[in-house]
Write a protein that binds this ligand. Sequence first.
Ligand code: ZN
Length: 306
Amino acid sequence: MNIHDAHCDVLCKMWLDPSLSFENGDGLHTNLNQMRKAGAKLQLFAIYVPESVPDGAKFDCALEMVDIFHEKVIKPYDDVVPVYSKEDAENIPDGKIGAMLTLEGCDAIGKEAGRLKTLLRLGVRSVGLTWNYGNATADGILESRGAGLSDFGRSIVDLHNQHRIWTDVSHLSVRAFWDVIDQGRYVIASHSNAKAICTHPRNLDNQQLTALIEKDSFIGVTFVPKFLRNDRNASVSDIIHHIEHICSLGGTSNIGLGSDFDGIKEVPAGLECYEGYSRLIEELNRYYSKEQVDGFLGKNLIARMP
Ligand SMILES: [Zn+2]
């Protein structure tokens, strides 16, 4: 089915529990057997360093996740191929699944741009400046100060612009979001929903969504129940509501999916793990044309890749 998913936290889970198998790990929402069955084409794997890791150990932790990506996700499987560029993403052979690295939060680099350059050399193609709290680049959405980009953060966005790397606005404070809209050349919201449908602070309001659409950015609708519905009782149809809302703002060709599988404890009914994608696709096919569904499942992501 050519599913492209812009965000999962498999690497973090496998770092926390080295006994997990990527192929058939029961503890993973996104495992290879399910991806094969449902028809995965490209998965973005976030390097997310848990908040509990001390500052001095964060960069090492990020490097360990890069190692897990290569040793445990790619190397053992003939049908998993690394994706380092738009060209790679456009040319994933039939029967193979592409895997691409992203960074969720620049806490791991401290104030060292060289560390980020190292991660880019290792294959990271999309960088979220923050997770929910503040760091040297900016504040995240739950940091009460609500600051925008620091001077260091601006230099990092410049670096992304020069190296054709996505700057991910999911998790950013509102001020930092608008700073990135001003400065970023390649902007993505990898896993965020519409605030007009569900008021969680992680979601984006209509002005923000419209700004992303005007910038021709990708918007990954995410499966996090508390971002889907105020009462958290989410099911597949709630994902359709968010997609429909972003379509109504003119974003039909910007929309894709960023599940946040393995980064969430609660999951929507019917989408308990990657296999549930089949149910979501059935539902999408009821409301949208084949061309639109192909866009949501991946074409929109590939088209917007720098
Ligand atoms: Zn996240």
